[in-house]
Design a protein around this ligand. Structure first.
Ligand SMILES: Nc1ncnc2c1ncn2[C@@H]1O[C@H](COP(=O)(O)OP(=O)(O)OP(=O)(O)O)[C@@H](O)[C@H]1O
Ligand SMILES: [Mg+2]
Length: 307
């Protein structure tokens, strides 16, 4: 059963097409991810599906309900917005009561559910502290909890771990895995490829408002095969990229932190040509590397996820 069904959805802001005829489905129980750089159209998509922004055209249903019916959908979904939706002058508990009462969650249920969620996120001891005294990562964790109080069927999370330190990020990841194992369907956006890779059953790669590929992380990486990647430790010079890219079969060359990274058609055939081309430059090492989702992204869009 599909919890989310999107068909040719479009959002235009004046002349700008922020979301450009995207189509995808999310199955019940899935963790589905949107992986894309700044400005790709991730938040715009989330905002349309969660009835916070009107679509320009196309269709979408969430929990079987057309997104025109905002009131009905809001009861069934949880939303973790990219911008925090907390009241800084209240405690965590007070934020939870306020939020729960907006959704008509009974007080005893709020109490029980709040403590369970606060505990899972490592915030139980701090529940009576003012949110303004929380660290950034603590606020982000509380932001996630708020979205779950009314026991939604599907959770939308817009970049839930941006800017977090690795430990706090790991806590959110474990939490997401746990609620998913208990049956929650999750749609999350991210520009961290490790996050998409670790959490998502399927990923849509989105760039400039368009979905460029949808598949499991494994299949996305496997499709890159026949596209080998070489890492060569070498000094940079002005003609380096131009020289290696002139070798037939080298599709792209990037240089970063002392390392030349080459995307090539066939390692066995090309290694000699590349070595010959670089023969007047000292090479410290050559190794072949397994593709990451970042490599998939580069191969599809010609760009990096982050600059
Ligand atoms: N209210 C708005 N009015 C005009 N343009 C907008 C508006 N909201 C978003 N945009 C534009 O739409 C495009 C997509 O923006 P969106 O916020 O969906 O990107 P994103 O993928 O969420 O990026 P980020 O990773 O930075 O959060 C951008 O070019 C953005 O400037
Ligand atoms: Mg965004």
């Amino acid at each position: 059963m599909n919890i989310v069904e999107v068909d040719g959805l479009v959002k235009q802001f004046g002349m700008l097409t922020a979301v450009d005829e995207i189509s995808f489905d999310i199955k019940k129980g899935e963790i589905f991810g949107f992986l894309g750089p700044n400005g790709a159209g991730k938040s715009t998509t989330v905002n349309m599906l969660t009835c916070q922004l009107r679509k320009s055209s196309g269709n979408a249903r969430v929990c079987g309900i057309d997104i025109k019916n905002a009131k009905e959908i809001r009861e069934k979904i949880g939303v973790v917005p990219q911008e925090l939706s907390l009241n800084d002058l209240l405690t965590a508990s007070q934020n939870l009561y306020l939020y729960g009462s907006l959704y008509n969650v009974p007080r005893n249920v709020i109490k029980e559910k709040s403590d369970e969620l606060l505990d899972a996120m490592g915030l139980l001891k701090r529940k009576d502290d003012l949110v303004k005294n929380y660290s950034g990562g603590m606020k982000q964790r509380l932001n996630v909890i708020l979205a779950l109080l009314h026991k939604p069927d599907v959770l939308f999370m817009d970049e839930p771990t941006t800017g977090m330190d690795p430990q706090a990020r790991r806590m959110i990841w474990d939490f997401i895995k746990r609620i998913n194992a208990e049956g929650m369907t999750i749609f999350l956006t991210t520009h961290y490829m490790e996050e998409a890779d670790y959490l998502c059953n399927r990923i849509a790669i989105i760039d400039e408002g368009k979905i460029q590929a949808i598949d499991t992380p494994r299949n996305l990486k496997r499709k890159l095969k026949g596209q080998d990647i070489l890492e060569i430790q070498i000094e940079f010079d002005e003609r380096l990229i131009e020289d290696v890219e002139s070798v037939d079969g080298v599709t792209k060359a990037l240089y970063d932190k002392g390392m030349l990274k080459l995307y090539i058609d066939d390692r066995d055939k090309l290694l000699l040509d590349i070595a010959t081309k670089l023969s007047n430059r000292p090479i410290k090492s050559i190794s072949s590397v397994e593709p990451t989702l970042e490599d998939v992204f580069i191969s599809i869009t010609g760009k990096r996820l982050r600059d």
